[in-house]
Design a protein. Structure first.
Length: 342
């Protein structure tokens, strides 16, 4: 079965059939419908191996996320997928479920498949593995974490600054007994937020920070955390909580409001992190630190295309290129009712 046979049945050119698989946005809905019907009738499948031989580029890009069902991952992934699709390529997504071993297994799988490139939000230290993949001609970009090796490209967020912004805001509100609610402190993204928070607390005499561990960064974990805090004597409760993501903060607020024994922000101010869609529509609108999810995804894909071209050409990384390959976004404080309006 060939593209020409599909084109003849659909009444279009072979180029239109190729666009249907690789650049569908170039076609009208009516044209896509005719081609789709012909493909279904003939049972045609594109031969990506042949395309790789012809163009020298595998059309598959791998994406490994440590929270595929997380609140921010879908928006990041959608931005990546749009850019990948616009190039006539395909995105293969994987979830490492927070496991460094599973992460390595997926990297090995992508290496065996000889994908063009990999975008990864890492759990462990994957830069040595990515260096081996570059030697095999597979480009890569780290997501949400700044690369350590000068050879590794990355698109990150300054989470140290984000943690500092959240904590300085609580301190400016007069809060002094602050809880940091988080899981997975070994994740660099989480550890950076804690380090930023600690720096802010250390600059204010009389302020203290209590790390309150939770098993996961979810609404349910936030509810359980709030219930535990509400059972404490009032004098032993924190007067503010910095939750490491918005889901935790939303759960905390829900539990406090439902229990009616803790007022937000009167007794305990609450701030989250990420500024997800639901942050401003909670029972008490959530103050948070906004991170640019869609812009992050777009930058990841665009930088990966540059890396695919560079690795394919065997071009060395000079100082100017090094600066372009280290993209870092700055977070932004968003103040709402959960910490008290100015």
């Amino acid at each position: 079965m060939t593209i020409r046979e599909v084109a003849e049945m659909a009444g279009v050119s072979p180029a239109s059939v190729s666009n249907y698989f690789h650049r569908p946005r170039k076609l009208s809905e009516a044209t896509r419908g005719r081609i789709r019907q012909a493909v279904d009738v003939l049972g045609f499948m594109p031969n990506n191996a042949a395309r790789t031989l012809r163009t020298g580029v595998n059309p598959i890009v791998g994406y490994i996320a440590f929270e595929l069902a997380g609140a921010t991952t879908p928006e990041i992934a959608a931005a990546i997928e749009k850019r990948i699709s616009d190039r006539g390529m395909y995105l293969l997504m994987a979830n490492d479920t927070g496991s460094a071993e599973r992460e390595r297994n997926y990297l090995q799988l992508f290496a065996k498949q000889q994908v063009s490139g990999v975008i990864i939000a890492p759990v462990g230290d994957v830069e040595p593995d990515l260096a081996q993949m570059r030697a095999q001609g597979i480009a890569s970009v780290l997501s949400a974490r700044r690369a350590e090796s000068p050879e590794q490209a990355s698109v990150s967020i300054d989470h140290v600054t984000g943690g500092r912004l959240a904590m300085e805001h609580l301190l400016d509100r007069g809060r002094r007994r602050i809880g940091f609610v988080a899981s997975s402190l070994d994740l660099r993204q989480v550890a950076d937020r804690l380090n930023g928070a600690l720096a802010a607390v250390g600059a204010v005499p009389g302020a203290s920070l209590e790390v309150i561990p939770v098993p996961e960064r979810s609404v349910a974990a936030g509810i359980a955390c709030a219930d535990e805090i509400a059972r404490r004597p009032p004098g032993r409760r924190p007067d503010a909580l910095f939750c490491v993501n918005d889901l935790l903060a939303i759960g905390v607020i829900q539990a406090f409001v439902a229990g009616q024994s803790v007022r937000v922000p009167g007794d305990i101010a609450v701030i989250g992190y990420d500024d997800i869609e639901f942050a401003q529509s909670t029972i008490v609108p959530l103050s948070t630190v906004r991170t640019p999810h869609a812009r992050l995804g777009t930058a990841l894909a665009d930088l990966l295309f540059e890396e695919i071209a560079r690795v394919g050409a065997g071009t060395a990384v000079d100082d100017a290129a090094q600066r372009r390959r280290r993209i870092e976004f700055s977070p932004e404080l968003v103040v709402r009712e959960s910490t008290g309006r100015c």
